[in-house]
Design a protein around this ligand. Sequence first.
Ligand SMILES: C[S@@+](CC[C@H](N)C(=O)[O-])C[C@H]1O[C@@H](n2cnc3c(N)ncnc32)[C@H](O)[C@@H]1O
Length: 206
Amino acid sequence: MNQLKQRLGRGYARFATNVAVRLPRLWPLVRPLVRKQFDLLAPVWDSMRSPDAFAPFGAALATVDGPVEAALDVGTGTGAAALAIAERFPTARVVGVDIAPEMVERARQKTRDRGKLSFEVGDASALPYDVASFDLVTAANMIPFFDELARVVRPGGTLVLAFSLGPQTPIYVPPERMRKELVARGFTEFAEIQAGRGTALVARKG
Ligand SMILES: C[S@@+](CC[C@H](N)C(=O)[O-])C[C@H]1O[C@@H](n2cnc3c(N)ncnc32)[C@H](O)[C@@H]1O
């Protein structure tokens, strides 16, 4: 029964990703179930992650030169990627945003004493941040809302999109599709990375 639930959950995540990337205006229809799904997964999320889940994210992050004074991790879940950014750029202000309040609560509990790291509930399709307000924006295993990602990265800033299991990741967008969407929004330099069982795309905004 649990396996069936997991398969249905992965299937819905894939479906929601396709809707959001191809028909972003329909996102409000799939959003409630996505939020519910991840609220329910929050208590067990960390135990579901394999040890190499952040290998592609870490490898991508290692290529980012900086300066990074402000960074945003979108769809942060329990905050692992945001924490990795805070460790790589200790002086940066790092924000993790997620639509599922239960995920955000767990991220906050894990990182209580990290002054420059904070977590907020918010929807990646309408981020509550100003234009060009981040030097670095990341999303790991997260549906990319390209308009909003491009809006909040500053010119010359960097975007990292990582998928723990490459094409096997339930939430996954192929690199050629991501490049096409990002070129159309002013990104000019790209690097594709493979690490562990996963992949990442690093993109720089012109
Ligand atoms: C597969 S999990 C990945 C979590 C984390 N980045 C990781 O790799 O462990 C996807 C996360 O994205 C969040 N999410 C999905 N749609 C979102 C949206 N529109 N805005 C913000 N967060 C969203 C979910 O609540 C969930 O926590």
